[in-house]
Design a protein around this ligand. Sequence first.
Ligand code: PLP
Length: 388
Amino acid sequence: MKYRFATEAIHAAYNPDEHNRAIMPPVYQNSMFTMKEIGEQIPFRYARLANPTRKVLEDTAAVLENGAAGFAFASGMAGIDCVFRTFLRPGDTVIAVSDIYGGSYDLLVDVYAAWGVNVVFADLTDPANLDKALAEHENVKLVWLETPSNPLLRLVDIAALAAKAKAAGALVGIDNTFATPYLQQPLDMGCDIVFHSATKYLCGHSDVLMGIVVAKTPELAKPLHTMMVNTGAVAGPADCSLVLRGIKTLALRMERHCANALDIARRLEAHPAVEKVFYPGLPSHEHHDLARWQMAKGCGGVVTVYLKNDSREAANSVIKNMKLVRMASSLGGVESLVNHCYTQSHSGVPPEVKAELGIRVGLLRFSVGIEDIEDIWADISAALDTTL
Ligand code: PLP
């Protein structure tokens, strides 16, 4: 029987009766498992191939994303790399959303384009641009989406794009890090592969680096599994245990992240130091109508702003004057954070591409945590005042 999301997040894929009645999945801190005789068939032999703690997490992720199988990696980038390496060869084309996480951009340009893959970035906020890209390029094997995007929270229409890519014979993968399966389940909208930097909301407590990939079908899972075990960037059991713990509170945390972020976004819109606020839950957001049905439960915990004073000094003044909201290179934890994308998450993106994407020097990306909203706002608003 399949339960509702919040219940599955706590109970999916784990049966205490199979683990000495232990209420939490034990950490199998083992590199290997013993065999009694030559050729004995045992479920776990060597931890790179499979580990019981990792398996609970991988199966839990598959349940939450409505997929066939999950795979846990030592970092988000290792997970994305496994997807690209499995399905792309020199001469193939990958079409990726132009508004993409900086590390994914770097991986595509520095590694895959250099390897001979035709890497095409397209503004897929208009689905017609996918038709154009598909018509202009041959051997399109993969369409890579990210929505909401990092850092400008642009949305793409997952179902419309997946249908177009499928009609052209391409696979569709999606980075679902910002939304989490609580807010958005892309495999149900036509995607083939869903990816998470589990470092962010799935873990939720800023103490693990991890990537999770979920395949929709066993046919897609098979080559991904082969690539994962052959290349070996698997997640360790202690990290898997921490992410399993994080997932148990995912529904609760996301509700609070969404509520706090929407409130902060509204208050930021009214602050005189802010030129523009990017949050899909605001009616002013360019993709608000799409957000209302594609992200009906909420729009996540990330809010991005353009400061009126578009300078490094102003951005630095906000960062330096906040006491609660600290500057860090990640997001998705219980604590509120700020990121200066120009010099942090998107530092590797060339200046002209940053300009095209709207990543200004006076752009700040807030990861709104689950603290008391009044404390978060008092900290941010006082720091913004210093730029007036
Ligand atoms: N995708 C998105 C949207 C991210 O924000 C990040 C990290 O910031 C990644 C992928 C990469 O994941 P990791 O840092 O866990 O390797």
